[in-house]
Design a protein around this ligand. Structure first.
Ligand SMILES: [Zn+2]
Length: 227
């Protein structure tokens, strides 16, 4: 057999194996006590999104169920057409096989994702949250109740738009969103946006403060089939 023929056979075989691996994330149990088979990494970055930390990405802290990955990637594409100048940032998600994910209490079965809040600077430009090892990769940033931190401000319009798209894309793929966790004392800012009414009617938010404040990030539990 000629070398070229080998290549022609190997490429489809490789893509078959690759595609099979791609489609087999299985989430077990709940975000509080579950695990996952064949988790996939979120893409490192795209036109309008970045990770909270390169180190976190390299340490394998950004794995999700492949269905969740598809929803997230598709949503970023939609946001790119809606508001191309807005930059989004995802936070921690979970390990490749799920399971305990300290310091988080959930994130155990590939269905939980943290998104860092989109922000604008004093010139009203959308910029990524300034995350570093000195502020626990963004997680120890404290926003005031009206969404301010240093010279930055939470871009509630973009955050609401992102949540609306996440929900719409989830539903269009046959899934849903189980719960959104965000500081209840700041939620009215989201509801007062253009997409606020949609969020109020379609998403379930936590009503009480959870173990950490959730002002610098919003946590989303996706509703996808689990074993
Ligand atoms: Zn979380």
């Amino acid at each position: 057999m000629k070398f070229n023929t080998y290549i022609l056979l190997i490429i489809p075989l490789f893509s078959l194996i690759y595609c099979q691996t791609e489609n087999t994330s299985i989430s077990y149990g709940s975000p509080l006590s579950g695990h996952m088979d064949n988790g996939v990494k979120l893409p490192y970055k795209g036109e309008n999104f970045v990770p909270y930390s390169t180190l976190g990405f390299l340490l394998g802290r950004t794995y999700v169920n492949s269905r969740v990955r598809d929803i997230i990637v598709e949503t970023y594409k939609i946001q790119q057409t809606k508001s191309p100048d807005v930059i989004f940032m995802y936070g921690e998600t979970g390990f490749e096989n799920g399971g305990p994910f300290k310091p988080h209490k959930t994130h155990m079965n590939g269905t939980s994702v943290d998104f860092m809040v989109p922000i604008i600077n004093k010139d009203e430009e959308s910029i990524p949250l300034p995350t570093s090892v000195f502020n626990k990769f963004g997680y120890s940033i404290e926003f005031t109740l009206d969404g301010k931190f240093k010279n930055y401000e939470i871009d509630f319009e973009s955050m609401a738009s992102h949540l609306k798209s996440l929900h719409q894309i989830s539903v269009s793929m046959g899934y849903g969103i189980q719960l959104v966790i965000f500081d209840p004392k700041m939620r009215h800012h989201l509801i007062n946006t253009v997409d606020g009414e949609y969020l109020k009617n379609n998403l379930k938010f936590n009503t009480k403060r959870v173990w950490v404040r959730h002002d610098e990030h919003y946590h989303v539990n996706f509703d996808i089939p689990t074993e």
